[in-house]
Design a binder for this molecule. Structure first.
Ligand code: PEP
Length: 260
């Protein structure tokens, strides 16, 4: 029995291993929301709310592709992420966007394997592995999403699901920075967040499954709101959040980023 399997059963979460980066990371996933005009207004509002920035918090915004420019912060208080990228480097792939294009648009991160991509667009392990490789070729840091469905959770296979999804990282260079977003599918957009204990246990298990990673941050995602952010961060175990719905409100996202 693995350490975290035992801990899942005993109800105790181990303290998280120290990472190279001490900053907590807060990522806004705007999904298919925000025109350019709305993104500019958000950026101005959000900038006023965070002033010179939030100590100890690294902030990232993942706009739709057309609003990446409009969401940029001229003062560098947040960086940008793509919400997805093609598994191909370039070529006749109508409607796709490449890692090179995201890097050229100033993105530092890219979300890979969000559950909406997995379930609605059929993205699977091998394809996600190719996307990770394309991201690395362009120096983009992947925010690799994983998490169990309600059925998997009820069947007691959360642990096996996380382990399988982490196999997709087998070829990803262990020396490079990596962000994992643990997003239980049943918690995304439902208003039903994981408990702080379950989020901490999953984060601990993910760290345990990636023993060679030196620069790893594990985020939690799924119905994070200003009201539950502080308890979900739970001290040492969760390194930040990937936030969907609540990130569309500049005030709510600023409050969440301050919760650490
Ligand atoms: C997400 O889509 O990554 C997400 C966490 O959404 P929400 O915060 O709305 O649950």
């Amino acid at each position: 029995m693995s350490l975290s399997t035992a801990l899942f059963r005993s109800g105790q979460a181990p303290r998280r291993r120290a990472n190279d980066s001490d900053m907590r990371l807060f990522v806004a996933n705007w999904k298919m929301h925000m025109t350019r005009r709305q993104a500019s207004a958000y950026a101005e509002d959000f900038g006023e709310r965070i002033g010179d920035g939030i100590p100890g918090a690294e902030i990232v915004i993942a706009p739709p592709f057309t609003a990446i420019d409009a969401a940029r912060d001229p003062h560098g208080r947040w960086s940008l992420a793509g919400q997805n990228l093609s598994e191909h480097a370039a070529g006749p792939f109508t409607g796709e966007i490449s890692g090179e294009m995201l890097a050229d648009a100033d993105c530092r991160y890219v979300i890979v394997g969000h559950s909406e991509r997995r379930t609605l667009f059929g993205e699977d392990g091998p394809r996600l592995a190719r996307k990770l490789a394309r991201a690395r070729e362009r120096g983009l840091v992947p925010i690799y999403c994983l998490g169990e469905t309600r059925e998997q959770r009820e069947a007691g296979s959360t642990d096996a699901t996380l382990a399988r999804q982490i196999e997709t990282l087998a070829e990803d260079p262990a020396g490079e920075p990596l962000v994992i977003a643990y997003e239980p599918v049943w918690a995304i957009g439902t208003g039903l967040a994981a408990t702080p204990r379950d989020a901490a246990l999953a984060a601990a298990r993910i760290v345990e499954l990636l023993p060679k990673r030196r620069d790893l941050r594990v985020l939690y995602g799924g119905s994070v709101k200003p009201g539950n952010a502080a308890e979900l961060l739970d001290g040492e175990r969760v390194d930040g959040f990937l936030v969907g719905g609540a990130s569309l409100d500049a005030g709510a996202f600023a409050a969440i980023a301050r919760a650490g």
